[in-house]
Ligand binder design. Structure first.
Ligand code: GTP
Ligand code: MG
Length: 566
């Protein structure tokens, strides 16, 4: 059944119900040479001082959390949270005091958006009932001028009666992560002890932090609330780099909407909902739906602006900016296999501690060299690049092939989408994890990646992560990466010949730079620093690192976070 059917959830049993469905019959179907301001750290967002709350203590291995549980915990957290705009940081104590009267507060995060310098607080309660109570007590003002919608996005207005100010008690508040600016990034790399440590720093500095994740799930939750009247079971599920463990600060939010997560019919019920019929033309229905969602959120949803509908694409999407959470979002209806793809990437990132550091470093290198780009065109996407890296790590026996993961799958790992894509593979990889620092270090793996693809014969060979083997290409696409879940499809079919060459020469160049850097220990561009400085396509003469550091001062507002004034 149609795309629309998928969009509504006939479209597959949602991720959380899937684990319960184990019958095979179940189907649901520089710096001058660094990237430009706008692309270096992704979208412009916000602000302030540092909380390390999302970081684990050194040497303490994180326990493995399955993708389903990770999503569930984050979604629950969003349901227990509200997002409040305040005048300044000075309102925090008052806000804490006021919110406490509705229930126990678990955490508070404060951030300032760099675009409009607005101040916001994400308040997480212990219980969802506190959110219900506080939203019930909220009011609209200037009723003749506003559309009176309800949402968990609020303002905290000034108090009239002064004597009701909060008492002087301590209250917990976490501050948004300090942005990593070019200069700081470089300093951290220079101050590292080894090249392997530099690679790890790339990951720890650039990765999406706890607040970034919370704001993405809060954005998703707002959409669920928005449609809850007519679709009470609707789920807005993040996928892509926001949840697959490869997201950096400021990455976009890919969202998939599932209108009826609980799709089973209640045979006991005598009362049946009156409904309208689905169109016969599924594609038409799907793009109609996307268009209407776009219109509704543009008109009614607070914070959502710049709504663009791309309806004629294979997968129609709505793009928008969220001016309260600071997130850029791509919303689609029919994408269950993309969610399982995110889960697969999440699992690969969890299996070996070196995977994410290596991938972050290569993604950053590719961005700095113009190999990947936020702009449309025949560029290699981050997604394709990630698959190329995972494939290389399979060759190094750091990661298992998909067939190996499939062979270890248990009955409750069965997942088949409504379009018959078999997404079954082992979900609980706790027994496969390598958290011990042995074997090749991340830097050696990084070097190996450049060597591997500098010599790869893209003319005739395709990479296949399913088998973990090089296969013969099935067509003349410049780069052929078999989609691991749908092996007959080429994930990188849009990449042009020029971009493939750019990637290959970029790899050669990177291997050469690393080799040279090894000869010049501890000068300004030792270790992996040289990877980021000179831009392959840059027509300007390259800068050395010292130039870069001078040139970038003082820092501008390019980063996700700016420092809030105290
Ligand atoms: P960034 O947004 O660049 O940080 O990475 P991303 O992984 O989120 O990539 P993107 O936003 O372009 O795509 C989101 C997700 O959609 C990816 O993670 C994949 O799961 C899926 N996806 C993207 N491109 C393709 C494709 O060509 N084929 C398939 N099957 N899935 C894709
Ligand atoms: Mg994305």
């Amino acid at each position: 059944m149609a795309l629309f059917a998928r969009a509504t959830s006939i479209f597959i049993v949602s991720y959380k119900n899937y684990s319960k469905l184990i019958l095979p019959t179940v189907k649901s179907k520089t710096w001058k040479n660094f990237p430009s301001k706008s692309t270096f750290f992704g979208h412009s967002i916000l602000n302030v001082r540092f909380s390390h709350s999302d970081q684990t203590k050194k040497g303490e291995p994180e326990t493995f959390v399955t993708f389903d549980n990770f999503l569930k915990e984050r979604r629950d957290e969003a349901k227990r949270s509200i997002l409040v705009q305040v005048n300044t940081e000075n309102s925090l104590k008052d806000l804490h005091f006021y919110c406490s009267t509705f229930g126990e507060i678990k955490s508070m995060f404060y951030y300032v958006l760099s675009d409009n310098k607005s101040h916001h607080v994400l308040v997480e309660f212990e219980k969802v009932e506190s959110v219900d109570a506080i939203l019930k007590s909220a009011t609209h003002i200037k009723l003749d001028q506003v559309i009176p919608v309800h949402s968990s996005m609020l303002y905290f207005r000034k108090l009239k009666a002064k004597h009701l100010h909060a008492p002087k008690l301590k209250f917990p508040v976490k501050y948004a992560k300090l942005p990593v600016k070019d200069k700081h990034f470089l300093e951290v790399l220079q101050n590292s002890k080894t090249a392997a440590q530099q690679v790890q720093k790339c990951y720890s500095i650039l990765k999406l932090d706890d607040l970034g994740l919370r704001l993405r799930f809060q954005t998703a939750h707002q959409l669920e609330r928005c449609f809850s009247g007519i679709f009470p079971d609707m789920e807005a599920l993040p996928f892509g780099s926001s949840v697959n463990g490869f997201g950096k600060m400021g990455c976009d939010l890919d969202l998939y909407i599932n209108f009826q997560s609980n799709r089973s019919e209640n045979e006991e019920s005598r009362l049946v909902f009156q409904t309208k019929r689905l169109h016969d033309n599924e594609r038409h229905q799907c793009s109609d739906f996307v268009r209407i969602i776009g219109d509704l959120i543009e008109i009614f949803a607070p914070g959502i602006f710049n709504v663009t509908k791309i309806l004629k694409a294979r997968v129609p999407i709505v793009k928008f900016d969220h001016r309260i959470t600071g997130v850029e979002c791509d919303l689609s209806l029919s994408n269950m296999s993309a969610i399982y793809m995110s889960e697969l990437l999440y699992i690969y990132g969890e299996i070996d501690w070196r995977v994410r550091p290596v991938i972050f470093t290569i993604r950053k290198w590719a961005q700095s060299q113009g190999i990947t780009s936020g702009n449309p065109g025949g560029y290699i996407t981050n997604f394709s690049l990630t698959l190329l890296i995972i494939f290389y790590l399979q060759q190094k026996k750091v990661l298992p092939t998909l067939l190996e993961l499939r062979s270890k799958a248990l009955l409750n790992d069965l997942r088949i989408t409504d379009t018959n894509v078999d997404c079954t593979f082992l979900r609980d990889i706790s027994m496969l994890r390598n958290i011990e620092p042995h074997g090749e270090d991340p830097y050696a793996l990084l070097r190996g990646f450049f060597d591997y693809y500098a010599g790869f014969d893209f003319k005739v060979d395709a990479v296949c992560l399913r088998q973990g083997a090089v296969l013969r290409k099935k067509d003349s696409s410049p780069i052929y990466i078999c989609n691991p879940l749908e092996p007959s499809l080429n994930v990188s079919r849009n990449v042009t010949y020029r971009e493939m060459e750019n990637f290959r020469t970029g790899c050669r160049d990177a291997a050469w730079r690393l080799e040279n850097a090894e000869k010049r220990h501890f000068d300004n561009s030792w270790g992996i620093i040289s990877l980021f400085v000179h831009k392959v396509r840059n027509t300007n003469p390259g800068l050395n690192v010292a130039d870069v550091m001078r040139e970038r001062e003082p820092e501008s507002e390019e980063s996700d976070f700016i420092l809030a004034s105290k």
